[in-house]
Design a binder for this molecule. Structure first.
Ligand code: SF4
Length: 246
């Protein structure tokens, strides 16, 4: 099997300065069905969905349906599957795990304690993500360098140690303005909640609109202190890294 990990420096050298579409095309040719886009149906992932489906009719895009998403999120998924003739791969949490968790801790356990919130994220997001990533050799994300100080040196291609596969960030160099211009210019469906003060959209009970001037992350798990707002979806060198979800 090709050792993709050892070629990361080579890929980055080759792809720095290339467009997101060129980056996606490169990996589509290299990996075919072993390449997947993990979509949260947020703005960046909508851009990537449009680009990826314009490159190949066999684009693999998966969504984690936690069972607690906003109706607006399902609406953008429905619009996108029609517009791009896309069959999303949808991963649900294991029903027995959810049943046991809700029976034991109640439906709103995430407000009770950080441990309870992490239990819910673990069952509804982290486990299904791990299952989805077992089906591929590389995943595409919508991470951008501009999103956080910790992301300033985000590479185009990196090694996801936690999941043991390549992580590709084709939008690493894009700005927020680039994202929205591209969405508007290409009539890409996007979540209506973005127009209602939600820059970052996750599960309905754990996301709120933010006020002008608030950090974009302020609307996620707002009842917790900022340094504890991890859900464990991005792992680097075996450690969780701070992540802003889209
Ligand atoms: S974001 Fe909230 S509802 Fe969604 S999985 Fe995490 S704790 Fe559960």
């Amino acid at each position: 099997m090709e050792n993709y990990k050892q070629k990361i420096d080579e890929y980055n050298e080759q792809l720095e300065g290339k467009s997101a579409k060129e980056i996606l095309s490169f990996f589509d040719t290299l990996l075919g069905k072993d390449l997947v886009l993990a979509s949260s149906l947020g703005a960046e992932d909508q851009v990537l969905t449009q680009l990826f489906t314009s490159i190949t009719k066999d684009a693999r895009v998966f969504v984690l349906d936690t069972g607690r998403l906003h109706q607006e999120t399902y609406d953008v998924m429905d619009k996108s599957r029609r517009k791009y003739r896309l069959t999303y791969e949808v991963y649900f949490p294991l029903s027995e795990s959810v049943q046991e968790m809700v029976a034991t801790n109640g439906p709103n356990l995430f407000y009770d304690s950080i441990e309870s919130r992490k239990l819910c994220c673990g069952i509804r997001k982290v486990e299904p993500l791990g299952r989805a990533l077992k089906t591929c050799k590389a995943w595409i994300t919508g991470l951008r360098r501009e999103q956080a100080v910790t992301r300033k040196s985000l590479p185009i291609v990196e090694w996801d140690d936690g999941h043991q596969l390549l992580k590709i960030n084709p939008l690493a160099t894009w700005t927020e303005e680039d994202i929205w211009s591209y969405i508007k210019d290409n009539l890409i469906p996007y979540n209506d909640l973005h127009d209602k003060g939600f820059p970052s959209i996750g599960c309905a009970p754990c996301t709120r609109a933010i006020e002008k001037g608030e950090d974009v992350r302020a609307g996620r798990w707002w009842w917790e202190s900022p340094e504890l707002k991890e859900c464990g979806l991005h792992v680097k060198d075996g450690k969780l890294i701070r992540k802003r979800e889209s």
